[in-house]
Design a protein around this ligand. Structure first.
Ligand code: NI
Length: 174
C-alpha cells in the first residue's frame, strides 16, 4: 500500500529519484489516491508532468498536463514509450531540480502505451511538448534526470545549484 498522506514533492538527491521505479501490480484505491495527489503536487509546483518518484514513490506512474491544469492531467501507469521522428533540442527544467535548466535532445514524436486508473490499456501519440513530457517522465521511471543528459558545459553551469540542493537535503536529513 502506498502511504499517500506522506507523499510530497521530492527533490534531488533523494534516493528514490535515482533508482529504477517498480511496475504497479495492482491498481487499487491507494494508486487512485496517489494519482490524485500527484496531480495536486504538479499543479501546486506549476509543472506539466510529475512522475511517481517525484512524489517519493518508486512506482511506474506519471501524470501529464500540457497546460499545467488539473482537469487536463492524464494518468499513465506502467508506460512503455517508443520514440520516433527527428532529434530536437530544447531547454528543460524539472520540479525535482529547482532552478536548474539545460538543453536536452529528445525525439520529436513518440507513442506511448500505458494503463489507466481502471487498469485498461491505451495508446497515445505525442508530438512537440507532449512528446517531450512523455520522454522526460519515462526517464524519471528509469532513475534518469535532466542533469544526467546535460552537455559538459551545462553540467558545469549546474554545479553550484546542485551543491545548494545537496546542502538543503543534508540539512533536512540530519
Ligand atoms: Ni522532472
Amino acid at each position: 500500500m502506498v502511504d499517500v498522506k506522506n507523499c510530497k514533492m521530492t527533490k534531488w538527491p533523494s534516493s528514490v529519484l535515482l533508482e529504477r521505479a517498480e511496475p504497479i501490480e495492482e491498481i487499487g484505491e491507494d494508486i487512485r489516491a496517489l494519482a490524485e495527489k500527484m496531480k495536486d503536487i504538479m499543479v501546486e509546483f506549476k509543472g506539466v508532468g510529475l512522475a511517481g518518484p517525484q512524489a517519493g514513490v518508486g512506482l511506474r506512474i506519471f501524470v501529464a498536463s500540457q497546460d499545467g491544469t488539473k482537469e487536463n492531467a492524464k494518468v499513465y501507469i506502467n508506460p512503455e514509450i517508443t520514440p520516433s521522428g527527428s532529434v530536437v533540442t530544447n531547454e528543460e527544467g524539472c520540479l525535482s531540480l529547482p532552478g536548474i535548466y539545460g538543453n536536452i535532445h529528445r525525439s520529436s514524436k513518440c507513442s506511448i502505451k500505458a494503463l489507466d486508473l481502471d487498469g485498461k490499456e491505451f495508446s497515445e501519440n505525442g508530438e512537440g511538448l507532449l512528446a517531450r513530457i512523455f520522454q522526460h517522465e519515462c526517464d524519471h521511471l528509469e532513475g534518469t534526470l535532466i542533469k544526467d543528459k546535460f552537455s559538459t558545459v551545462a553540467k558545469i553551469g549546474a554545479r553550484r545549484k546542485l551543491k545548494q540542493l545537496q546542502e538543503e537535503y543534508d540539512s533536512e536529513n540530519e
